[in-house]
Design a protein. Structure first.
Length: 169
């Protein structure tokens, strides 16, 4: 029909990618930071882009914030609605870390079980600076070289509660 919309012409030589970061990660994400982009549609290729905008709103269901990344696309390899993976490298310096599975979060506190030798464990409150990948950065409560239980902490916690209950009987 006369006046109907027929076609959209878009310049895809430069594209935007909208990526989502967890709310805990957003404080480290700044405009101008470089990112690496991969997609299963282009195996073995790594594209680069820069963060242009950090959306100030959080998705309340996913607890994520959106980030707009600008990418040069001169060969038109990236197309609208493609899925991509975005990797952002952040230098957080050096820190004492423990595996994610070693930490028992209780709401207000984080607890680890320190190996005291001879089959004895000591529960210890620790302060963490945040999670990065599969480790927590520890700011206090542990010393370098101390060994912590890395898995099955919930079983140790449950057993200690049972033993405490039996003593009070």
């Amino acid at each position: 029909m006369t006046g109907d919309h027929l076609v959209d012409v878009a310049d895809l030589s430069g594209v935007w990618i909208w990526a989502e970061f967890y709310q805990e990660e957003l404080a480290q994400v700044k405009p101008g930071m470089a990112v690496s982009i991969t997609t299963s549609a282009l195996p073995g290729e790594v594209l680069t882009g820069k963060i242009a905008l950090v959306d100030p709103f959080i998705n309340e269901m996913k607890r994520t914030g959106r980030v707009r990344i600008e990418v040069a696309n001169p060969d038109f390899k990236l197309r609208p609605e493609m899925y991509v993976d975005v990797e952002l490298a952040v230098d957080r310096g050096e820190a004492l870390t423990v595996p994610f599975g070693a930490v028992l979060p209780t709401g207000k506190h984080h607890i680890v079980f320190v190996d005291k030798g001879g089959g004895k464990l000591e529960p210890r409150f620790i302060e963490v600076a945040g999670k990065s990948g599969d480790v927590y950065a520890v700011t206090s409560g542990l010393q370098e070289g101390e060994r912590v239980v890395a898995s099955a902490n919930f079983l140790i916690d449950a057993e200690s509660k049972v033993q405490g209950a039996l003593k009070s009987w």
